[in-house]
Every structure is written in structure tokens, then in C-alpha cells.
Design a protein. Structure first.
Lengths: 77, 303
């Protein structure tokens, strides 16, 4: 289960989601600018107050860390 | 293996240089940490010919797609960390490999300038942000400080007025330099306070940012203010430390180039916002990249 915590205006969030779409990876897109509960969940899980944050089966990745995300999802380009 | 050209940087200057170099059939490698550079954060670009209105991300994607039409090697997610001269050629080193090349175009652009004060690095992403567009919504009903009273600082504060309950703008100089129209808009919200002639000294907190210490430059008196967010908006700085010794920098760290993009070392060229060329615009960075690649092509013929 992949969750992307993002805001609509954050450019790196857009890049990250494009990257998932490009590789046909399904994810739940959570807009933390609207969903306060999700925002608190994200801050607690990641210890971060910046977006994007990705939750890949419980593994937290902060920012658009392409290398780490690719590694976790075994994406090769 | 020997490259004709290594381009360092994947913003408009580097990408355009790549397209021109590939069309000249130069054996080219482009190394970039990320694509797009500063344009990624532009929400609406209205001065790129052929596009009446386009987001930075979309424009970047189009540029990269265009570049990838050509035969050119690319290392993405890598950063050049060292450049040195070897006989008449150059060695470029990234995080894990080194490459040999006849010429280099430096197009690494600019990154947001940091305050370099205690707590700034430690609390990055934990209250300290360099991108209000990205992170403003995280600060709903919180108190935040914007460091920098220029136009970019005012814009960041404006982003934040949609969410934060209190915004302090702290400016080092005696006057803010941002638009007075924006300033009026900010003041009208009743939630923005502007302090000038103050030096920010420290960011404090535990897991997240809790407060900020600034000094009144007139009286020398320190004040600690409780805030949960700090947005640093004090301009951009060039980043080409890896080329030290081989290029000449001006007083703000930009690489000095002549009108054909030559640096002080033969075979090393620079293009875009990293240089001392006036006006930082996407179209200008792109054309500088094109010029640099054409100069490289001519240079290689004489080599």
C-alpha cells in the first residue's frame, strides 16, 4: 500500500506522482492541505513538516528521493 | 573513454546545450542532480515563446522529452563534486564515478541562499522550509517567520496568509524591498508583522522548530519569538565550488564568462544563472546554453 502525502501546489509532489504514474504504480493521493488528520499522521510518522512524504508499506520516504523509492519498489529504468 | 563534452546541470541552460551538442554530433554526457532547476517551482510561466502560459514542471518535462530525442548520455541524480585539468583534457567526478572529457559546460544554476545560522540545517523539513509553495499548508493555524523582505519574501508571506495565523517578516536591512502593493495586502490581513533592521541568529526547537532568536541591529538586543515555522527567502546563490581554481568568480560567486561563454580556463565554458550574464530568465539561460554548445563545437574543430 502506497500513500503519497502532498499539497496541490508543491512541484516536487507533482514530479513524484508523475513518476509513479509513469511506472504504473498505484497510490493513494492524500492532500494534506485539506485533510488535517492526515497531516498530523504524516508529521507524526515522518517527523517532517515538509511535503512530499511517501509511505511505502510502512517505510517512510521524505521528499522525492528517486533512488530510495526506486530501490523500495524495485523500479529499474 | 573520452567525451567531447560534459555538461554539468539539467536546467534550461544545460538541456539546451545538450540539444545543440547532440545536433552537432558531439559525444556528450550530461550530469544532473535533478531536471529543471529553479523552473520546477514556477507555477505559471508566461514569457517562454510559443507557450502563452505553462507551469514550470510541464515546461521542464517538454524540454527533457525534447533532449531525450537525441543521442546523448545522461546521469540523473548525480552531482558533480570535482573538476580538474588533466593535460589538455578534464576529469569530472560525480558521487561515484569519474569521466574524462575534452570540454566542459558548467550550467549548475542557483540554489536558495541559506542563513548559515545554528538550527537551520538541523530543522530543515522540521519547520525550516525554503519552499513556501510546497509547505505553506503544513502551517495551518500556526505562527511562522519569513526571513527576507524582498518580493520573494512577500510572496512567501502571501502564500502563508492562507494558512498561518500569524506571520512575522524579518528583514536585515532598514527597509523592506518588496512591492508596496503586496505589502499593503499583507498588512491588511492584520496577521502580518514586519520587523526591519534585524539579524536572525538562531533557530531553536526539539523535534520541531519552537522559536527564533533575532537581534535588533540598532540596540543589539536579542528577542526570542515563539514560532513553528521558518521560511528562508533571502535570494539565490550560485553553486560551482567544484570548479574552484579553474574558473573565476565575481563577488557573489557567479562564474565570469566572456560573450562566447569562455571561462578563464580554455575548454571550460559556463552558461545560464551560474554565470555573471545579466538577467536571469529561462529564455536567456536556454540561449546561453545554445551559445556555449556552439562555441564548444567550434573550439573542438581547432583543438
Amino acid at each position: 500500500m502506497i500513500k503519497v502525502f502532498s499539497t496541490p501546489t508543491c512541484p516536487y509532489c507533482v514530479t513524484l506522482k508523475e513518476f509513479f504514474k509513469e511506472h504504473n504504480i498505484e497510490f493513494e493521493d492524500i492532500d494534506v492541505s485539506q485533510d488535517e488528520k492526515a497531516r498530523d499522521e504524516m508529521v507524526e510518522k515522518s517527523g517532517q513538516m515538509g511535503v512530499p512524504v511517501v509511505d511505502i508499506n510502512g517505510e517512510i520516504v521524505v521528499g522525492f528521493d528517486k533512488e530510495k523509492i526506486s530501490q523500495l519498489l524495485k523500479i529499474t529504468e | 573513454m573520452m567525451y567531447d563534452l560534459i555538461i554539468i546541470g539539467g536546467g534550461p541552460a544545460g538541456i539546451t546545450a545538450g540539444i545543440y551538442a547532440a545536433r552537432k554530433k558531439l559525444k556528450t554526457l550530461l550530469i544532473t542532480k535533478e531536471w529543471g532547476g529553479q523552473i520546477i517551482e514556477a507555477s505559471d510561466i508566461q514569457n517562454w515563446p510559443g507557450e502563452k502560459s505553462i507551469s514550470g514542471i510541464n515546461l521542464m518535462n517538454k524540454m527533457v522529452e525534447h533532449l531525450k530525442e537525441y543521442e546523448i548520455e545522461m546521469k540523473e541524480g548525480k552531482e558533480a563534486i570535482d573538476l580538474e585539468k588533466k593535460n589538455n583534457n578534464f576529469i569530472v567526478r560525480d558521487n561515484d564515478e569519474e569521466y574524462e572529457t575534452k570540454t566542459v559546460i558548467i550550467a549548475t544554476g542557483k540554489i536558495p541562499r541559506a542563513l548559515n545560522i545554528p538550527g537551520e540545517e538541523k530543522f530543515k523539513g522540521k519547520g525550516v522550509s525554503f519552499c513556501s509553495t510546497c509547505d505553506a499548508p503544513m502551517f495551518k493555524d500556526k505562527e511562522v517567520a519569513v526571513i527576507g523582505g524582498g518580493n520573494a519574501g512577500f510572496d512567501a508571506a502571501l502564500d502563508l496568509t492562507k494558512y498561518a495565523k500569524k506571520i512575522y517578516i524579518l528583514e536585515f536591512l532598514e527597509e523592506t524591498r518588496g512591492d508596496s502593493a503586496t505589502k499593503e495586502k499583507l498588512e491588511k490581513t492584520g496577521r502580518v508583522e514586519i520587523y526591519t533592521n534585524v539579524a536572525v541568529k538562531e533557530i531553536r526547537g526539539d523535534k520541531f522548530v519552537k522559536s527564533l532568536i533575532y537581534e535588533n541591529r540598532d540596540t543589539g538586543k536579542d528577542t526570542e519569538t515563539k514560532i513553528q515555522g521558518v521560511f528562508v527567502v533571502i535570494g539565490m546563490m550560485p553553486k560551482a565550488g567544484f570548479a574552484e581554481g579553474l574558473v573565476e568568480f565575481n563577488e557573489i560567486g557567479e562564474i565570469k564568462v566572456d560573450r562566447d561563454n569562455n571561462t578563464k580556463t580554455k575548454g571550460i565554458f559556463a552558461a545560464g544563472d551560474i554565470t555573471d550574464v545579466k538577467y536571469e530568465q529561462i529564455v536567456i539561460a536556454a540561449s546561453e546554453g545554445a551559445k556555449a554548445a556552439l562555441t564548444v563545437s567550434d573550439y573542438l574543430k581547432t583543438k
